[in-house]
Each structure stands twice: as C-alpha cells, then as structure tokens.
Design a protein. Structure first.
Length: 384
C-alpha cells in the first residue's frame, strides 16, 4: 500500500513536466509560424506574368495638323499706304494676279519732277545746237570745238536722266502692287486700306498649292524601318468636317529623341524608351487649305522564332544593358519562400507595351512585371 502511494506521488510532477514541455514546444511552434507569417506579410508584393511565344504586332496611330510645304509673306518694302485690297483669306489665286495695290504721292511727284527736268534739258540742248550751228558758220575752230563739247555733255546728261526716269517708273510699277508669285491660297491677310503696309504684320501670306501640304510625326523606329522615302501612305484628313482618305508621300525620315509614353506603376521601373524617327508626309489636294487634322495609321508584325514577348514594364536598365526579375521558389521546413532573381536579357523589336526578348527569357518563367516597392537581386518577395 505504501509503495503504490509513493509511485502516485512521483508520477504527478513528471506528468506536469511533460505537459509543460509539450505546451512550450507548441507555443514555440506557433510563435515561429506566426512570426514567419508576419515576415511574409511585410515582404514586397509582386505581380508576375509568363512570356508568350508569338509574333509582336506593332500598331502606330497619331495625328497632326497640315501645314503648307511652301509659304511666303509679302509686303510693300517702302511702307506705302494700302490703296486697295483685292483678295480675302481663303481665296485661291493664280500666278501674277494682283493682290494689293499701293499709293505713294511722293514717288509720283519725283517722277513728275524728273520729267520736268528732262524737258528743261531738251530746251537747253536746242540752245546748244543753235550755238554749234553758229560756230560752224563762223569758221572759228575753237568755238566749234567748245560748242560740240557742250552739246555732247548735254546729251550724256540727257541719257542719264532718261535711265533714271525709266528706273523710277519700273520701280513704281513694281512697288505699287503685290502680285501672286505662284498659284496658291491666301492663308492670311494683314493689309488694311489707307494704312501703311505692314501695320498689322505682313500684308499677305500665300501658300504654294502646287507643292501641297505636309505634317510631321514621331514614329517608333521599329515600325518605320520597313518604309523608305517616296513610299505612298494612306492619310485620313477631315476636310470641312468630312473624313477623306488621301494619298500621302513619305518625304523625310530623321532621327528623333527616344520617348516613353508609359507611366510606370508604383514601385516598378519605367519601361525602356522607344527609339523614334521623325517623319514628314506630304499630301496634295485642291480641297486642302491648311490647318486640317491629318491622321496616319501604320502596322507591322515582327516575326518571333526563338524569342519571348514580354511586357515592356518588366524590362529594366538603360542603353544596351537590359534585365528582368524572375520569381523563383525555394522549399523549406516552414513553408516555401519566393525570391527575385536578376536575369540579363537581349531585347529585339519593341512597341509601347511589349518587347521581344531574344535571350534570357524562357517558357514557364514567372516574370515580375510590377512590385509594391523596389526590389533587388535575391530579395524575398510575396506573390500577389
């Protein structure tokens, strides 16, 4: 009886110790798991996509305002007063057509004075001719030579006066009016009757209809590289509110600054800039007046034999050095963890939202496209 009582006394404390030990281990496991969960919740969130093995379609659409290929401004260089305005804005004119006439009393008075001076010279020459005849009749060689010399000088003066008068009349004929230098359209009229020329800017602005109109756009290099100068393009133009398709000609291709129209998501790097070309397209039509909205739509499909198509927002780096972050999974006793691995890539054709990755991207990869905060190579992350 006493032995059984002792055993019962001994098993009581031992049982309590075992229970305490089990309770401690349980609490430790719970705390470990909970702390790991808290740590995971504080990790950067990432959004992933898998690359696609498909062609890259590049669509481009933009618009601009038509401007004359050639346009000149005309005014009276002497600032003469406007006598009459014979055209209005929007008028189509022919080469040589009179547009504006001018009046200048001072110029006309100078011509009249010159004419009076020449009449006076003619009268003087008649007197010199009479003196020369008298000298001839007198037989005095000295008088003859003097009279002949005076007559020749008078004739030279008369020649100078005639040339001056002729030039003054030509100058007046030119300056008294403005004529159209070519067939065109009056795009601006600043001449005001009875006011000096140039009072409101140039008197007339005229565009050359034969050369047409043009507009400029910035196009991704990957799209425009399949086109060449002289290629014909379909251009949509709104003429008096009616959409029409006109034939345009590619007349210029120049380098332009690279741009990036995509706005990066919070925590993600900006997409790589897209190489651009500045193109100039010329359009001709009798219905155009300038200032119309012209739209251009281009499309190109890039072949993709061995590459992967990725969102451009997943690509980081500048210049030739480009890289992506790939999410990898590691298994552990307390659960799987996820890490960001930096992978350098080679990029081919791009558009504003996608790019062909020629090297470094493979099927099945979890490509990180967005993050809640900046990450680095090896950073632990939490998939969204």
């Amino acid at each position: 009886m006493e032995l059984h009582a002792v055993e019962r006394k001994d098993t009581g404390p031992k049982r309590k110790l075992r229970l305490l030990f089990v309770l401690f281990i349980s609490i430790l496991l719970i705390v470990t798991i909970y702390s790991n969960t808290l740590l995971t919740m504080n990790l950067p969130k990432v959004w992933t996509e898998e690359g696609k093995q498909e062609p890259l379609v590049q669509n481009y659409s933009d618009s601009s305002v038509l401007q004359p290929v050639s346009e000149v401004e005309l005014s009276n260089r002497e600032g003469w007063n406007v006598n009459n305005v014979l055209v209005k804005e929007g008028d189509r004119v022919t080469k040589g057509q009179v547009l504006v006439t001018y009046d200048n009393q001072e110029a006309q008075t100078r011509i009249q004075d010159q004419q009076s001076n020449m009449e006076r010279q003619r009268l003087m020459m008649e007197g010199l001719q009479d003196r020369y005849i008298e000298a001839e009749q007198s037989g005095d060689d000295q008088k003859i030579r003097g009279a002949k010399r005076d007559l020749e000088l008078a004739r030279l003066d008369m020649d100078v006066s005639e040339r001056n008068l002729r030039n003054m009349q030509i100058d007046l004929d030119i300056k008294k009016q403005i004529v159209a230098p070519f067939e065109g359209l009056i795009t601006k009229l600043g001449a005001v009757k009875d006011l000096p020329s140039g009072s409101a800017g140039s008197d007339v602005r005229i565009s050359n209809s034969s050369l047409g109109y043009q507009f400029s756009l910035q196009v991704p290099s990957s799209v425009i590289k399949s086109f060449k100068l002289g290629d014909k393009l379909n251009v949509q133009v709104a003429i008096q509110g009616v959409a029409q398709t006109l034939e345009g000609t590619l007349t210029e291709i120049k380098n332009a600054e690279s741009t990036n129209k995509n706005v990066p998501a919070a925590g993600s790097s900006p997409s790589p800039p897209v190489d651009q070309k500045r193109v100039l397209v010329t359009v001709k039509s009798e219905d155009l007046q300038g200032g119309e909205q012209a739209s251009l739509n281009l499309s190109k499909t890039s072949t993709n034999d061995n590459g992967m198509v990725l969102p451009t927002k997943a690509i980081h780096g500048e210049g030739p050095t480009k890289y992506i972050f790939v999410m990898t999974e590691k298994k552990g006793p307390l659960g799987n963890t996820y890490h960001a691995s930096k992978v350098f890539i080679e990029v081919g054709d791009t558009n504003e939202s996608e790019a062909i990755v020629l090297k470094g991207a493979y099927p099945g990869q979890k490509i990180i496209t967005e993050t809640s905060e900046p990450i680095q190579d090896g950073s632990r992350v939490r998939p969204k």
